[in-house]
Design a protein around this ligand. Structure first.
Ligand SMILES: Cc1cc2nc3c(=O)[nH]c(=O)nc-3n(C[C@H](O)[C@H](O)[C@H](O)COP(=O)(O)O)c2cc1C
Length: 150
């Protein structure tokens, strides 16, 4: 933190997400652990706190409210992030920013597509974690008229 400054460091937490063998199965312990963590992080002047999971669950709502700084929300794996949900969370004040995963992987021009109501490419889940550029840098963009390139 002294090397880059507290305000340039963000932290992502994944309470109870239970992926890849990292298991938090005791709900009470998980919730009290994350409350303690977030209270401590609030003292540090971080750039942001980033969460994954439904922000309307009681524990995430509490963590997001008690954090003293900018919040970034990712709603989790199911459903995939969409524009309506993202803007709803911002407009209702439940998040300062929204993190987008799969739609951005599959749509290098996601911002323009969302702005103009254009259809989205479908992410190829079989290419996730694949170790090559396939499924990361080869999705087509749209031209100005909304037609697919490539
Ligand atoms: C290929 C891929 C790699 C990911 N790697 C990470 C990671 O290293 N750490 C992490 O916290 N989440 C990771 N995620 C999860 C995303 O940050 C995000 O929570 C998830 O994709 C759900 O959001 P979405 O509906 O916008 O895709 C990854 C997701 C994908 C598809």
């Amino acid at each position: 933190m002294t090397a880059i400054g507290d305000g340039r460091l963000g932290v992502r937490i994944s309470p109870g997400i239970n992926l890849h063998g990292a298991l938090e199965t005791n709900v009470q312990e998980t919730e009290s652990t994350y409350r303690t963590l977030v209270d401590a992080l609030s003292q540090l002047g971080l750039a942001y706190l980033h969460t994954i999971g439904n922000p309307d669950t009681p524990i995430l709502r509490d963590l997001l409210q008690r954090f003293n700084g900018i919040t970034i929300v990712n709603t989790g794996w199911d459903p995939e992030t969409d524009l309506t949900t993202a803007t709803g969370l911002i407009d209702s004040g439940r998040a300062d920013l929204i993190a987008v995963g799969r739609p951005f992987i599959a749509n290098p021009d996601l911002v323009e597509r969302w702005q103009n109501g254009h259809p989205l490419n479908t992410p190829d889940a079989s290419a996730f974690y694949g170790g090559t550029n396939q499924g990361y840098t080869d999705y087509p963009t749209l031209d100005a008229s909304g037609h697919s390139f490539g």
